[in-house]
Write a protein that binds this ligand. Structure first.
Ligand code: HEC
Length: 501
């Protein structure tokens, strides 16, 4: 009875031919770590499902966005879990994506006949970068608004069309409600639609062209025909091939569900991304990036200040060009790791660089664009030797990335010579070691020695005795801590109107 019903279903829904070319097909045996693609698919599904649930509540307008995220997190039943799953799945998506791409580099997955699969993959890669970036802007908290500023500034620097691009992205002369609507639309409609199509094509190509096989990594393969012959020989062989379902599917599934288990664990254990205070486009904002951008801000921080802003724009473009060019440039018949030591060294270098830079960022209080010069001492003030030492530490530990002193330096957080509160030394000590959760200041516990902290406190206290002057003419500091276009180079569209308000 059951088997008859099943036959009816497979026949009437046309499942048999699909089964034969998808799950039912034979494939060459592959190692377990080829399951990263399946893991990505599963994460994508989680993201679509949790994202769809959040669109039921999220309101893409500057007044309501932040409160709606708050509502999802704090009031909706299990809303926090939906947000947390979305957040962690997105993070792991980025990690698995990098893994997936690096693995293709190691096994030469981009070589014939799979150049098309690779090129579609490159587009998916950048699509997901767009998703991960637009996603965190939708929270519309301080951190998001800072990222909006940075990216508008990036667009602004694109030669020739920069200004037009900013207007286009903003949907007008000002960064306001239309910008958020656009980000939302890009995040939930345009990019996902593109991704569905591209993913479909990518999977189709995986079925049609197959994946890299163990044997082609051992013997050189010059042409697409050779590869196809090798692929067929392996999948048809009793020893080297296996049915995709259940054998390969089970292996890939184990990896995919392990990743999912990690995501669920972190979502339940750690919860969703923290919400910083509500953003507005007038006040200064605090630069704190998502952990998957850490390596990038560390890299930018290490570059000379004159180069950094250009690098920010040029790097993604260069990466795209390099990835697209790769299968056309590297046409040697060698595949696999043993014959391509360069690929192995390259991948190790990339992983080491990503880990090293992220580690640097984690341990440093940098906020992407550090300023090595300590804040100047106001005229007529003499600092004690201790406070003077503290003034230099203030720059060394990146305090001046955020805090101005007596109107000098970046006005990202409160000017330490103009604070409202006058706390005791102990209160300041506690604050600097562990700022409250809703303050976008790094924790300095474990980063400062006792002596360094004492000198910093000497300086912070000295700063409060500095003469209080009127507002500074213009906030100084790196270009990224100012609203786009407020810099001396070229005024951005809308900057003039904003200033005159
Ligand atoms: C990422 C930016 C950032 C960095 C870096 C940073 N802070 Fe802060 N700091 C803040 C923010 C935000 C506040 C909260 C006050 C506000 O709203 O501006 C704050 C508050 C403070 C306060 C309390 C001020 C008051 O009375 O309200 C002190 C003192 C302080 N920071 C000292 C430091 C010192 C010392 C360092 C370096 C060791 C440092 N901060 C590095 C962002 C930063």
């Amino acid at each position: 009875m059951l088997s008859r019903a099943w036959t009816w279903v497979t026949d009437r829904f046309g499942l048999t031919p699909i089964w034969e070319v998808t799950l039912g097909r034979r494939v060459p045996k592959t190692p377990w770590y080829f399951g990263d693609g399946a893991a990505l698919l599963l994460l994508f599904t989680v993201l679509v499902a949790t994202g769809a649930v959040m669109t039921l509540t999220y309101a893409p307008s500057p007044d309501a966005a932040y409160l709606s995220v708050r509502h999802i997190t704090e009031e909706q039943p299990l809303g926090w879990l939906v947000r947390a799953l979305h957040y962690w799945a997105a993070g792991f998506m980025v990690v698995m994506l990098v893994w997936h791409v690096l693995r293709q580099l190691l096994v030469a997955g981009y070589k014939s006949p799979r150049e098309g699969t690779w090129l579609v993959g490159v587009l998916i890669f950048f699509g997901i970068v767009v998703m991960s970036f637009t996603g965190y802007l939708l929270r519309w908290d301080e951190r998001a608004i800072h990222a909006v500023r940075v990216s508008l500034h990036m667009f602004h620097r694109v030669p020739v069309i920069g200004d037009a691009l900013v207007v286009f992205v903003q949907g007008g002369e000002e960064a306001g409600s239309r910008l958020l609507t656009r980000l939302y639309s890009v995040h939930v409609i345009f990019t996902p639609l593109l991704l569905y199509g591209l993913l479909g094509l990518h999977l189709y190509l995986v079925l049609f062209q197959g994946t890299t096989t163990p044997r082609e990594r051992e013997e050189p393969v010059a042409t697409a025909e050779e590869q196809r012959a090798l692929y067929k020989a392996q999948k048809d062989s009793e020893a080297l091939g296996e049915p995709f379902f259940p054998d390969t599917a089970f292996q890939s599934g184990v990896m995919a569900f392990t990743v999912l288990a990690l995501v669920v664990g972190l979502a339940v254990g750690v919860g969703p991304a923290p919400l910083y205070p509500h953003a507005n486009l007038v006040e200064p904002s605090f630069p704190v990036e998502e952990w998957w951008f850490w390596w990038y801000s560390a890299l930018i921080a290490l570059l000379p200040p004159a180069v950094a802003p250009w690098f920010v724009v040029a790097f993604p473009v260069a990466l795209f060009v390099a990835m697209v060019a790769l299968p056309f440039v590297d046409r040697s018949p060698a595949r696999g790791m043993r014959r391509r030591p360069f690929a192995v060294v390259f991948v190790i270098a990339v992983v080491a660089a990503l880990a090293g830079l992220s580690g640097l960022r984690l341990r440093s209080p940098w906020t992407a664009w550090p300023d090595p010069a300590p804040p100047p001492v106001p005229a007529g003030v003499v600092l004690s030797p201790e406070a003077e030492e503290g003034r230099h530490l203030f720059a060394r530990f990146g305090c001046n990335s955020c805090h101005a002193v007596a109107g000098q330096g970046r006005q990202v957080a409160v000017d330490l010579a103009r604070t409202e509160r006058r706390w005791s030394r102990d209160e300041y000590r506690r604050f600097i070691l562990k700022p409250p959760d809703d303050v976008a200041m790094p924790r300095y516990r474990g980063r400062l020695t006792e002596g360094e902290l004492e000198r910093l406190l000497d300086y912070v206290h000295a700063a409060q005795t500095f003469p209080r002057q009127a507002r500074p003419e213009r906030p100084a500091g790196g270009p990224f801590n100012r609203p786009p276009g407020a810099g001396p180079e070229r005024p951005a569209p809308g900057a003039a109107e904003e200033a005159s308000k």
